[in-house]
Design a protein around this ligand. Structure first.
Ligand code: ADP
Ligand code: MG
Length: 162
């Protein structure tokens, strides 16, 4: 499986990556976002959702743990579920909330703080690692399935992300 990395020099570069992911992602994908508080996980998700046609706010689902959206991907209306598991107290909470059922072929699940649900979360198709570096962010993208690899193959790197 392939692996990409880039430097996102400012928030516009993060938004450019979100736009690219919105066009590259496919129904059924699970995308996990790793990185400390302030690394840009929500910023990336926000730009992705807006690029996929969501017009309202995208707030961090810190207390609700998950927030559903309807967007258009490849001309098809699908669900994107945005998770922020930072405040989850135990992996059981994930199962009790029925979150496991959101991971199906019709949805795309984007998960901040997947570490909090280790053992109960399915394997991701794509993992994205964000790290503060100077004024910008280092980003690494790693595919864990054919679906994730297909998504990475559709991204156009250097010229847009500088
Ligand atoms: P997280 O969800 O990882 O805790 P947020 O997305 O809430 O982080 O916050 C990230 C912060 O970093 C925001 O203030 C955003 O404007 C900023 N940011 C996002 N991407 C970049 C970047 N590439 N360079 C500099 N700042 C960025
Ligand atoms: Mg966040």
């Amino acid at each position: 499986m392939q692996h990409y990395q880039a430097y996102l020099k400012d928030e516009a570069a993060t938004a450019a990556l979100g736009l690219q992911l919105a066009h590259a992602m496919a129904p059924g994908m699970a995308i996990y976002l790793h990185g400390d508080l302030g690394a840009g996980k929500t910023a990336l998700t926000r730009s992705l959702l807006h690029a996929a046609g969501h017009q309202g706010h995208v707030k961090s689902p810190t207390y609700t743990l998950s927030e559903p959206y309807r967007v258009t991907v490849g001309g098809r209306e699908i669900g994107v579920i945005h998770f922020d598991l930072y405040r989850m107290s135990s992996p059981e909470e994930f199962l009790d909330a029925g979150f496991r059922e959101d991971f199906n072929d019709d949805n795309i699940c984007i998960v901040e703080w997947p570490e909090k649900a280790e053992g109960v979360l399915p394997k991701p198709d794509l993992a994205i690692y964000l790290r503060v570096n100077g004024d910008g962010r280092d980003v690494e993208l790693q595919a864990f399935s054919d679906l994730g690899q297909l998504c990475l193959d559709r991204l156009h790197f250097a010229p847009h992300l500088g």
